[in-house]
Design a protein around this ligand. Structure first.
Ligand code: DPX
Ligand code: MG
Length: 588
């Protein structure tokens, strides 16, 4: 519904309404909307994701005036938030703009994901005209009561900072407060802007360097934590290092590597931290996931007497149903702002600083690496399937492996795509993205779109199941619209296979779609997307070749495999997680 907005956008596009507001900006006159745009550019954004609605149209006009910030459109607000989430993975931060309630409440699901995954996504929502606050008016797109605060109250629960602007004078302060908190905490923030204030004048933005400052540890606590950790490591017979998913958010990837190289021990990664330590590094021993760890890795970590876990997130999923969590007494646990050494906590110690400092004093001990190397059996390259034999999961993965080069980012959706992804070897600087904490099926299609916009120089490859794809499929049209050469491997196994293997029932069957054919629908008259179905290895090889040559838009390759053709890791992991989830209630 678009009744309230002046039709500035069209005039702008037609070149009729050009100079006044831009001149004003250059000469230092700002509005709330142009102030926000300037701040988004200052923190490094080149794009913002948008779904229009009458509570945000004037704001969108204001954002459009900033030529350093491209407005990117989403099909719905869930996709809008997930696109921003993916963009933040590639670019460090992101912003999305939605309309009141009908838009924002959908976006909240994606914002919850950004919270769970430690990504600073700034959600901006248009809101009612200030003259309606406290009046006796009922408004459209609301619950139909006189309460217009509920959205703000809800946002507070899933962000690190939520602000609702009610006066132009306060706007710069509140906008800065929200953006600074998001960047500091690596969590989403929320900014609510009434529809009649977006173009109201306000003061101009000041310096922003303080937005990007890294917090400093308390020197005494830092020294004490390093002493305690170094002493535990010194006594260890078989120390090992474990990289966790929070390493990236807290800028610890390089420091972790320095520490690893100083100690020289075996280095494992949690599944949600795959690619945070190079897989072709001589100290890399694989993914630690209990019984379904990479070959040889689980034994080394489990038998290690001191494990230093940096930025870990131990959940029922990442510990394979609570079966793979290093015991407290042998754990050095490095979190974003504290360190725990065998049960003693040191607060006010920041992750990267701690790892850097420990790297300077930690004793060298290569035992776990040697142990791993001794027991290592080089996995044989899987044989190619007969070209015309029905496509299997193994053959599909064998071929996808060859698409991954050191410039690739592989995104994997919740489902067996996780386990297929864990088994992929990542050369050089190849990257891996997973949403293992929030685990929202459908995350990957918009997140891949956002990621590809944020990292245009990379080859972006997605593995997604049919069930997940059905949630957010329409966002492929935005990849077509912006001509992004993403490669999507859509695994059509006719259902929710994870659930089939854990606990089957009629609810795990889904309506089949013509997934390859859907691209034609999205192309309409002007799109350049490719949709190809592969039912055997020969067709898949030809499809991959076409995809690699195709640069004018995405290629979706529908891989049809049997309903029960899944990884053995999924079966094992699924059973253990299901067992943990079905524990009967314990009575005191
Ligand atoms: C559900 C999951 O087809 O993958 O490999 O066939 O399992 P696989 P698909 O994409 O199916 C996904 C399906 C239904 N999880 O197996 S993992 C429950 C679920 C969820 N997120 C949301 N709703 C339900 N994870 C938003
Ligand atoms: Mg499926």
């Amino acid at each position: 519904m678009t009744t309230m907005a002046p039709n500035k956008h069209n005039q702008l596009a037609a070149g009729r309404l050009t100079t006044k507001t831009e001149d004003e900006q250059i000469s230092g006159t700002f509005t709330i909307g142009s102030y926000l745009a300037a701040r988004l550019v200052q923190i490094g954004l080149k794009h913002h994701f948008v779904v229009a609605g009458d509570y945000n149209l004037v704001l969108l006009d204001q954002l459009l005036l900033n030529k350093n910030l491209q407005q990117v459109y989403s099909c719905n607000e869930l996709n809008c938030a997930f696109s921003a989430e993916g963009y933040a993975r590639a670019n460090g931060a992101a912003a999305c703009v939605v309309t009141y309630s009908v838009g924002a409440l959908s976006a909240f699901d994606g914002l919850g994901g950004a919270y769970a995954e430690n990504l600073p996504v700034i959600l901006i929502s248009g809101s009612p005209n200030t003259n309606d606050l406290g009046s006796n008016h009922l408004l459209h797109h609301t619950l139909g009561t006189h309460d217009f605060r509920y959205q703000f109250e809800m946002a507070r629960r899933i962000t690190c900072e939520a602000v609702a602007i009610t006066h132009p004078e306060e706007a710069p302060y509140l906008i800065d407060k929200a953006i600074r908190a998001a960047l500091r905490e690596k969590k989403p923030a929320y900014i609510e802007i009434p529809c009649n204030l977006s173009a109201a004048p306000c003061s101009k933005p000041g310096p922003f360097a303080s937005f990007l400052e890294t917090p400093k540890s308390d020197p005494t606590s830092l020294a004490a934590a390093v002493r305690a950790a170094a002493s535990l490591l010194e006594k260890a017979v078989r120390p090992a290092l474990l990289a966790g998913p929070e390493l990236r958010a807290h800028r610890g990837i390089d420091a972790f590597r320095k520490l690893a190289e100083a100690v020289g021990c075996g280095v494992a990664v949690m599944p949600s931290a795959k690619s945070f330590f190079p897989e072709d590094h001589k100290q890399f021993i694989g993914i630690y996931l209990g019984a379904v760890s990479s070959p040889g890795c689980g034994e080394v970590v489990d038998s290690s007497d001191v494990v230093l876990a940096a930025g870990p997130v131990f959940t029922d999923y990442t510990t394979t149903g609570w079966t793979a969590q290093p015991a407290e007494g042998k754990l050095i646990r490095v979190d974003s702002d504290r360190v725990r050494v065998a049960g003693t906590t040191f607060n006010g110690v920041f992750l990267a600083e701690f790892l850097e400092a420990l790297a300077k004093v930690a004793k060298r001990n290569t035992t776990t690496l040697l142990e791993f190397q001794r027991g290592r059996v080089e996995p044989a390259a899987p044989p190619a399937a007969a070209p015309e034999a029905p496509l299997t999961r193994a053959e599909m993965c064998r071929q996808i492996q060859d698409v991954i080069d050191s410039n690739t980012t592989l995104l994997v959706e919740t489902g067996d795509s996780w386990f297929n992804g864990f088994n992929m070897r990542l050369p050089g600087n190849a990257k891996f993205e997973i949403e293992m904490q929030w685990g929202h099926i459908g995350w990957s299609v918009p997140a891949t779109f956002g990621y590809a916009l944020g990292a245009p120089e990379r080859r972006v490859v997605l593995m997604v199941g049919d069930g997940s794809f059905q949630l957010t499929a329409q966002e492929v049209c935005q990849m077509i619209r912006l001509k992004l050469p993403v490669i999507i491997f859509l695994v059509n196994n006719r259902g929710y296979t994870i659930e089939v293997e854990i606990h089957d029932g009629p609810y795990n069957n889904i309506k089949n779609w013509d997934y390859a054919g859907i691209i034609k629908v999205f192309n309409a008259t002007d799109g350049g997307g490719l949709g190809i179905r592969a039912t055997n290895g020969k067709q898949l090889a030809a499809a991959i070749k076409q995809a690699l040559d195709h640069t004018g838009g995405p290629t979706l390759i529908e891989c049809t495999i049997d309903r029960d053709d899944c990884t053995k890791e999924l079966l094992e992991w699924g059973n253990r997680v299901a067992a943990a989830n079905s524990r009967p209630q314990e009575r005191a």
